[in-house]
Design a protein around this ligand. Sequence first.
Ligand SMILES: N[C@@H](CCC(=O)N[C@@H](CS)C(=O)NCC(=O)O)C(=O)O
Length: 227
Amino acid sequence: MTTAVADSPAAYPTPDSERLTLYGSFTSSSSFKPMLFLSLSGLPFDFRTVNLKKGWQFTPAYRAQVNRYGKVPVLQHMGLTIVDSNVILDYLARITGAFEPAGEQHRWQAREWLAWEAGNITNVAKVRHYSRFREVHPEVMAYFRPEAEAALSFVDQALAGRDWLVGDSISIADLGCWSRMVFMAEGGLEIERWPNILRWSDAIKVMPGYAYPYDLIPKKDRTFVGR
Ligand SMILES: N[C@@H](CCC(=O)N[C@@H](CS)C(=O)NCC(=O)O)C(=O)O
């Protein structure tokens, strides 16, 4: 385990307050999920950057006090520490009611999409990661690229003739699935190949508060006052 990493915080006290604190990184599609939720809903929150390139996520302080898995994102609220992007979306939808589908069946279906996303759209993130940050053997890419394409095709078919994945309005299912695929072009997965995804993502992109991750997620700690 890494013991000292340049510039990393020495301690991470869990704020026992009603204010939301989000830990994340601007290169991370997982961080984009809660960031997008908070930005679209106009909620006030504090953002704390975790410099993944410098390895802040591996420090003993971060692992002990924020995320034992050494990843982003993490949400802290009311003395709670909530780890994993989809669990955070679930939490935010529950406590705010925003992006929560109407009706019990649709609420479960939104969580079903998030669970499916974690096992499938995650391959889109892997292809982007291996294209952008870590070169892998061509056979590794040859395995993951069709998996990523299959996940995108599944979502594209699910969106045929409908605006949103669940019910009649945008929900955490849409935010979770779109955010994980947001960097698809960096993996050579051109969105024009999936016309329903293109139409659906265009509808998300015009919402007040939307911005591309590199513009939305700060590179330094920041306080968002909300709107
Ligand atoms: N299942 C987790 C995955 C989190 C994850 O893999 N985060 C990446 C950034 S997208 C990370 O922290 N990587 C740092 C590392 O692996 O060193 C979630 O959805 O939150």
